[in-house]
Every structure is written in C-alpha cells, then in structure tokens.
Design a protein around this ligand. Sequence first.
Ligand SMILES: [Zn+2]
Length: 199
Amino acid sequence: MNALYYKDVIILARLLKCPICSQFGAKEEMVRETDKRYYHKEYCHGKYLRDREATRIETQQWDDLYQYIIKLHNIVVLPKGNITRLKDLRAGFEVKSGKKSRKWRTGPDYGLMLEAYELARENIRWCIVNKLDGSNDTRAINYGMSIMIDKLNEAFARRVAWKRQMERREIDSETKDTYIEEIKYISKKSTNNDISDFI
Ligand SMILES: [Zn+2]
C-alpha cells in the first residue's frame, strides 16, 4: 500500500500545470517556454505564442502613439488624464441595461489612433495656435484628441482600402506565376511529343 502511494506521488510530481488551460499535463506532452513554464503542445502553446505576439504589437503601437503625441504638443510627458482617455478608448465600453462596463481591447487599436492623428495633424496644429493660444496642457491635448477621434472612421476606411489593394496585388502575382508555369509545362510537353513523333 505504501509503495503504491509513493508511486502516485511520483506521477503527480511529474505533472505540470499549463498556464493557459489550468489543466495538468505530462512533461512529454508539453513545451517549455522562455518564461520557464510548460504549455500543452496542442492548442495551448500556439495560443501562448499568439497572445505574446499580440501584446508585443500592442506595446509597440502604444509607444509609437505616445511619442507622436508628445512631439505634436511639444511636451516630455503625457499627462495622466490624457493617458486614461486613450486607454479607455482602446479598451472600449459595453452598455447593458443602462450599465456601462469596461471591455478589453475592443476599441480602435493604438496604430489606428496614430493614423487618425496623422489625418488630423494640420487641423490640430491650427487649433493649438488659433483656439488654444498655443497651450499644451491636459485640456489642449484633450482637444486635439477629440479631433483625432473624429478622424478614426476615415483612418479605418483607408486601412480597409489599403488591405484590399494588397490582397488584390497578391492574387495578381499568384495568377501571373501560375500562367508562366503552365506555359513552360505545355511547351516542354509539346517538344517531347515532337521528338517522339519524329523518331
Ligand atoms: Zn493547456
């Protein structure tokens, strides 16, 4: 009885908890990652890699947006109030039976906000000089942010159009390759036939 108990403990010790699905798995069925944790080879490891890549892109886009805004307003640090507004916009909100709840990454991404800022750039600069008396405080940055938000739909439409154009270009190049291959194939075959006919 004691021996069996000891064996069970060994088996349990070999099992590792997967951070994605919270289930235990045998070491052989898992992959060790750079965070020293083990993930199931099937599904969980793939999900971990996708999530990690999404976070990397999110961080990069946030950094780019932050740098853009501080340069645009000629400041060194973005005020907390402005950061909160951007983060809330990115998170998105859902209203259910009159109750507002914060979501996670459902709003426009930071890359799109940057594209909208670029579309609004001249307008914001004009407003800073003519309406905001050259100020660059939280209120002035918020004002610019509202102009950017008005440009989000246009930035999104541009992104969709650009994506479609890229896809069309890809299809075009694929069709071209197939066409060349077919011609080569036919000419080779016909040459062989010609020779065999001759012999
Ligand atoms: Zn798992």
